[in-house]
Write a protein that binds this ligand. Structure first.
Ligand code: FNR
Length: 181
């Protein structure tokens, strides 16, 4: 199984990126996970959507080739960060590479609520006409107090969160089979 992760933070020490790296490392026997950085994705503009820059074409091609997408996002101002919304706008247009492609949503924040508002909105966005991505039902991953749970080297140090994530990833791998031809 070939998966991609899209992380809603381009901060160098992003804790959401830490979570993506932890999943990549921990489940490497179960699936190949490529993390797609959003640093080089320019602002979406409808004027150029049919002649998109190469970085966008490469990004879309990787999403298209993946069996499923892991969305891992912080919350900015009670919603998803602009970099993530921008990437989604590109994915939702022209060849609409998310159509029918399964997703899982998760995220972490330093506060207690673990990016819940952003994630609820992201789940809804993934059902929009331009995306139509089925999202793993339930299995909501709201990891709060993130600064106490990662060590800065892609390691999750909180045992309870590890056990919970293990169950969610197991559920996801079983569910995603419904969509892989
Ligand atoms: C935040 N943060 C934040 N946290 C939250 O729980 N609710 C919110 O609405 C916001 N809003 C917000 C806006 C902006 C512009 C910033 C920079 C931050 C805190 C944010 O979730 C926290 O910094 C995360 O750790 C950022 O994720 P990364 O970069 O560590 O992955």
């Amino acid at each position: 199984m070939k998966l991609v992760a899209i992380v809603g933070s381009i901060r160098k020490e992003s804790l959401n990126m830490e979570l993506a790296k932890y999943i990549q490392k921990t489940y490497k026997e179960n699936f190949e996970l490529e993390i797609l950085p959003l640093n080089d994705i320019p602002m979406y503009n409808q004027d150029i959507e049919n002649e998109a820059p190469q970085s966008v074409l490469d990004f879309k091609a990787k999403v298209k080739a993946a069996d499923a997408v892991l969305w891992i996002t912080p919350e900015y101002n009670a919603t998803i960060p602009g970099v993530l919304g921008n990437a989604i706008d590109w994915l939702s247009r022209v060849d609409r590479v998310m159509l029918g492609k399964p997703s899982i949503v998760m995220g972490t924040s330093m506060g207690n609520l673990g990016s819940v508002k952003a994630q609820i909105k992201l789940r809804d966005i993934l059902f929009a006409q331009g995306l139509q991505s089925p999202v793993l039902p339930g299995n909501e991953v709201y990891i709060g107090a993130s600064h106490t749970k990662f060590d800065g080297n892609g390691n999750l140090t909180d045992e309870g969160t590890k056990v919970f994530l293990d169950q969610v990833i197991t559920n996801f791998m079983e569910w995603v089979k419904l969509y892989i031809k």
